[in-house]
Write a protein of this length. Sequence first.
Length: 134
Amino acid sequence: MPQKVNCILLIDDDKVTNFYHKVFLKQGNYAKKIVEASSANEALNYLVSQKKTYVKPDIIFLDINMPGLSGWDFLNEYKLLDKKFKGSLIFMFLSSEITSEYRKLCDQNEELTGYITKPIEKIEIEELLSNYVH
């Protein structure tokens, strides 16, 4: 069993996708806390909030295509944040098909750890936790 993380932040404008991933991650006992954000702005606000309920995310799963600020826009804003607000790892959510264009953009972005297809599957999350979380 891979190591459990303190917090995972899910950023996706599709509430059904967020709900599915939250239930999946809770059932697998992969994180102590799972935070959902339905927009990039909501996620950025969470990261800088420092409220009593705030837990710095160990992993951020980020959707690319969202209304308002896209996943790419989020990364541009995220880059400007103080290090104390940043999560440890960011994985870009990609739809079921990973194009070479998206793969190239992900590989070139220094804020991204990698990319993962939606929906997250057990083997992917366990491999991710085994490889990146120590």
